[in-house]
Design a protein around this ligand. Structure first.
Ligand code: 5GP
Length: 112
């Protein structure tokens, strides 16, 4: 069974897609911690960060690098928390590697 995120990539589950390329895919989180909360994932399903091959990780990072200022600008946020929950005990609920880009505002007190 494909992960929820693979089903989003395949268009079987609707999502607000903000970026897609050969390696990476990004969409808005359905339960945002802040407006503009974005998830960036590799198209291929890898459960943990260390499962991701280096070339895919490099492409994924390039997309994250590009999206951080775009997300900040979109919601006029002065900062972002950028995080991976890596493993169930760390709060990873979806077993498909994903990077959270969460817009942060002065005194908001909340990240992932
Ligand atoms: P985790 O806790 O695994 O680091 O984060 C998983 C994230 O995926 C959560 O923030 C959750 O809101 C988001 N999420 C789970 N299911 C869906 C979905 O079907 N669509 C979208 N857009 N986000 C989802």
């Amino acid at each position: 069974m494909a992960s929820i995120f693979s089903q989003i990539i395949d268009g079987d589950i609707p999502a607000r897609v903000v970026h897609e390329d050969e390696t990476a895919f990004a969409f808005l989180d359905a339960n945002p911690l802040a407006p503009g909360h974005t998830l960036v994932i590799p198209r291929e399903e890898y459960e943990r960060l260390n499962d991701v091959p280096e070339d895919v990780a490099a492409d994924l990072y390039a997309t994250i690098h590009e999206l951080i200022p775009a997300v900040e600008e979109a919601v006029d946020a002065p900062a972002t928390t950028v995080a991976f929950n890596n493993g169930e005990a760390a709060g990873q609920e979806v077993p498909h590697v994903h990077c959270h880009i969460v817009p942060r505002f002065e005194g908001d007190g909340g990240g992932p």
